[in-house]
Design a protein around this ligand. Structure first.
Ligand code: ZN
Length: 118
């Protein structure tokens, strides 16, 4: 999965189809992403000590990453994305429509399997 937090994506299926918004979190194990304002649900919560009012809480649920597409800033379209390695071993994502690089360049793999923990 090539999505990262802060990417802008367009939702391609479901109730929010066509919406463009920012990726808030990425779950690489489940291949799901949380997109700002997308798949928002109202969760009904009981009164509790933490939430003495109870009531409804608005919350985004994750969507499968296959339901969103990365938006290319250069051609301003939801585009298919490729990844390629450059001569120095660094890796870039690019737009398959216009060929522009999307996002930052990833340095040559040293700790490719190191996991970022939150
Ligand atoms: Zn493009």
């Amino acid at each position: 999965m090539w999505l990262r937090v802060d990417d802008t994506v367009e939702v391609i299926t479901g109730n929010d189809a066509g919406v463009r918004a920012k990726v808030l979190s990425v779950d690489r194990e489940q291949n799901r992403v949380v997109v700002e304002g997308v798949n928002r649900v109202l969760k009904h919560v009981r009164k509790s000590q933490r939430n003495p009012q109870g009531g409804r809480l608005s919350k985004e649920l994750s969507v499968a990453w296959s339901n969103v597409m990365l938006v290319c800033e250069s051609c301003n379209a939801a585009s298919r994305t490729g990844a390629k390695y450059q001569d120095d071993g660094s890796k870039v994502r690019y737009c398959k429509k216009c060929g522009a690089q999307i996002g930052r360049t990833i340095a040559p793999a040293r700790s490719a399997h190191a996991k970022t923990k939150k």
